[in-house]
Write a protein that binds this ligand. Structure first.
Ligand SMILES: [Zn+2]
Ligand SMILES: [Zn+2]
Ligand SMILES: [Zn+2]
Length: 523
């Protein structure tokens, strides 16, 4: 360890009554640009802090400012940025760090300080208040819940909130809301020109009760259709397509959404219907066919060369156009899907054998868990994405079950351990109960991300169709598969009991209990 050649800032071992308002070792540019060896990580760096143990780099100091707990030197509960002789984190007083300020000037919480010596939470509060200021130094009452959600709410961490608030698009959006330029309604959010931050903000507004809950798929389809129709303004059959989208597709989707939430594939299907209807109308225009005078031969010429999937997507438009007398009544062949290939028992076993053990090509843990759930229990992606941590239960005998239906399905080893490991990765302050939490507050990972993630790690979703898998799952349920992979009941129980420590933290409905020991806070 290289000792600093000039006196470090541990001139006194007793803390002074008032802490000098300086945290830098030196402000002269020459001293700042000089290179030192960090006393903790040993890397070469420009001076950031000089503490009694030596010069420290920025990375090591910021990491040290995140450690809180009971100081082994004096027994006080506080920030532990120093290092004892045994390497254990100790408080600034015990470490003799006297010239650095750690306490927020407003709330007195210790930690990393930002602008004007304020802690991260006070800094976030100030930024939110400034951005949502209606011009009189106040936040409009309608926006108070949003301010609270942005300050303390379900957004991941204070650090994440600060980064989000610093982005120009997000700042503009909040200012537009604060000044009333952007009214607080779903349609106005749809019409906002910069759509990037809208889904996240909308999720926050719904989460804090400022906007009513809406069917997300319906909303996204509506926004998509609006943009699509705007682009079709010059299309010769724009009126026909507008009627199809607004009078036929939207009301039908609204009716369905009123009964139960729409699935992402339902939205994708409606979009495909509209895309193929547009292509058909473009073809009509290019060949100078008047829709009402279209002949059977013309339709056949177009329809028969389409791929099977495209024909299926066009049927909705043709049926509607003929019923509404926009097209003459013609016939078009009903499409039949061939059964095609399906996953075999051996392929299913091979895939599971690939996803269970840790190796370089196994992929991210959460996708491996999702793949196992899909392959073992024949659950569609839409069901897997809505599983919660509470769906996994430990029985009295230490075995794990998954509550998919009645009775619950057993989760044998080695899959139980895989699930346990995923649960252990949840952050301590996780508020959502989703097994696969998404980036938007209070929502699970979305359908597109989950299915793309599964494809990325090599799950052939086309072959692993649920109907075909169900047959395999009936023939060889999870425990049979576990044995085929070489796992037996004795190992099952031992490993589940071993993992019980992790499990207990998730079994409590109020979330994980706080730990009294020193721990590193997430940033
Ligand atoms: Zn370092
Ligand atoms: Zn201490
Ligand atoms: Zn503070």
């Amino acid at each position: 360890m290289t000792r600093p050649p000039h006196p470090p800032d541990h001139t006194s071992t007793t803390p002074p009554a008032t802490t000098p308002d300086t945290t830098r070792t030196s402000s002269s540019p020459a001293a700042r640009s000089k290179r030192w060896t960090c006393a903790r990580c040993g890397r070469d760096h420009s001076a950031y802090r000089c503490w009694p143990e030596g010069h420290l780099c920025r990375t090591c100091v910021l990491a040290a400012l995140d450690i809180h707990g009971v100081c082994p030197g004096c027994g006080d509960q506080r920030i532990l940025p120093g290092r004892g002789s045994d390497g254990a984190p100790i408080c600034p007083a015990c470490a003799g760090i006297v010239h650095s300020v750690f306490r927020c000037h407003r709330c007195e919480v210790e930690g990393r300080l930002y602008h004007r010596k304020l802690c991260i939470r006070c800094t976030v509060t100030d930024r939110v208040a400034a951005l949502l200021d209606n011009g009189d130094g106040h936040i409009d009452p309608a926006l108070v819940p949003l301010a609270a959600a942005l300050t303390t709410g379900p957004t991941p961490t204070p650090g994440g909130r600060l980064v989000w608030l610093a982005k120009p698009h997000n700042r503009d959006l909040l200012r537009a809301l604060a000044t009333g330029q952007l009214p607080l309604t779903h349609p106005d959010l749809n019409a906002y020109p910069e759509q990037g931050p809208i889904p996240y903000l909308r999720a926050l507004l719904v989460h804090c009760g400022t906007l009513p809950e809406v069917d997300r798929q319906l909303l996204e389809f509506e926004a998509w259709l609006t943009r699509r129709l705007d682009k079709l303004a010059a299309h010769p059959h724009e009126r026909l397509l507008r009627q199809f989208g607004l009078w036929h597709q939207l009301p039908r989707m609204r009716t369905k959404a009123a009964l139960q939430p729409l699935t992402p594939p339902a939205r994708t299907y409606a979009q495909l219907e509209f895309i193929h209807a547009t292509a058909f109308c473009t073809w009509l225009a290019e060949h100078n066919h008047r829709p009402t005078e279209l002949g059977q031969i013309d339709l056949d010429r177009y329809y028969t060369v389409l791929k099977i999937g495209h024909r299926q997507s066009l049927r909705g438009f043709l049926n509607w156009a003929m019923t509404s007398r926009n097209l003459p009544t013609l016939t078009f062949a009903r499409t039949r899907f061939t059964t095609g290939e399906a996953l075999t028992h051996t392929q299913r076993l091979d895939l599971l054998r690939h996803f269970v053990p840790d190796h370089d090509h196994a992929g991210p843990l959460r996708m491996r868990v999702a793949a196992c759930l899909l392959l073992l229990y024949a659950q569609p992606v839409t069901r897997i994405m809505t599983l919660t941590v509470d769906d996994f239960v430990i029985e009295d005998d230490g075995s794990m079950v998954l509550q998919l239906g009645n009775p619950p399905a057993p989760v044998p080893e080695p899959f139980a351990t895989l699930v346990m490991r995923l649960l252990a990765q949840r952050p301590d302050d996780a508020t959502s109960r989703w097994l696969f939490p998404g980036r938007r507050p209070g929502q699970p990972l979305n359908y597109v991300s989950l299915s793309q993630g599964l494809r990325d790690i090599g799950v052939p979703l086309r072959l692993a169709r649920v109907a075909a898998l169900r047959q395999l799952a009936l023939q060889a349920p999870a425990p049979v598969i576990a044995e085929a992979l070489g796992f037996h009941h004795t190992t099952t129980q031992r490993q589940t009991i071993h993992a019980g420590g992790i499990w207990n933290r998730y079994a409590a409905p109020d979330g994980p209990t706080q730990q009294a020991e020193p721990r590193t806070r997430g940033r």
